[in-house]
Design a protein around this ligand. Sequence first.
Ligand SMILES: NC(=O)c1ccc[n+]([C@@H]2O[C@H](COP(=O)([O-])OP(=O)(O)OC[C@H]3O[C@@H](n4cnc5c(N)ncnc54)[C@H](OP(=O)(O)O)[C@@H]3O)[C@@H](O)[C@H]2O)c1
Length: 299
Amino acid sequence: MGEKVILTGAGGFVGGIIFSRGSDRFELHGISSKTQPMGIESDFWHTMNLQENFSRLEKFMQETRPGSLIHAAAMADIDACEKDPELAWRINVELTEKLVHLCETCQCRLVYLSTDTVFDGEQGGYREHDSPSPVNFYGKTKQAAEQIVSGSKIPWAIARLCLVMGFSTRGEGNSFLDKMESALHSGREVGCPDNEIRSPIDVQTLAEAILELAGNDLTGIFHLAGTEKLTRYEMGQRIAARLGYDPALVVVKNADAIPGRAPRPRDVSLNQDWTRSQLTTRFKGIEEGIDYLLQLRTH
Ligand SMILES: NC(=O)c1ccc[n+]([C@@H]2O[C@H](COP(=O)([O-])OP(=O)(O)OC[C@H]3O[C@@H](n4cnc5c(N)ncnc54)[C@H](OP(=O)(O)O)[C@@H]3O)[C@@H](O)[C@H]2O)c1
């Protein structure tokens, strides 16, 4: 059994894949508000509500003494954060701050999952040291949390994720690909913006990079992205084609005018030259990423 690692948000889209990939390498303890998913039998799944009962995690961490904590729990829905900023701040900033203090007490490394949305999108090709300037409240909460993590006394790594492509383990959570595939499967059109440029990464490669960060001792900000930069519309067409659907089902739909929708940055593609020089995980383009997802798909 490997080093002990704790993972928050194990029941979420990204956390679920990290949990399923990490158990070979680490004694990986998943923390979730949800009960253990069907098909996963693990003594290392811990159902607890971090908002209501943080002291349970404190006690567990003090007993377990993990080497690293991967913090994947967050309010990750951009529009929900804009609608309820107080809740978003409590979950994304205050919970992260509590975890930082807990890691300081337990002398535990922290891998914090952040986002490309900390940037304003005016420039694109952002490097790890470029200054964040978020355009929506979700981005503001993630920037504030980054500052708390990077100002802490523990060994830390901030993993900035770009748009994540993948099939979730539970068929729920923040995966756009699950929703897109379900629409394509029933012959419905899928609207994608052609004014939002991203550098998407497949969730399996992403999980490998995050687990690599949990197991090494590198400190700093890391850009976890795919090797291509493209509009969400082009991405949608190429994904549809690779999954065997008619790319014509993917149509341009710019959502800027939808009432209540939070502003989105235009181009938050990430440059990852430095990150690639530090990690052994090999990052992929769209088609290779989709093929990898299909190869490892469990449902
Ligand atoms: N998906 C993307 O494209 C993307 C892109 C950039 C960055 N990210 C970042 O990646 C991380 C994971 O996001 P995701 O896409 O996996 O989102 P997700 O599917 O919504 O999962 C987030 C998880 O956070 C936990 N959570 C939510 N509200 C909570 C609360 N009030 N108290 C405690 N825990 C709570 C839940 O974990 P349990 O279900 O286990 O309780 C939830 O499943 C986030 O930090 C997000 O900002 C994601």
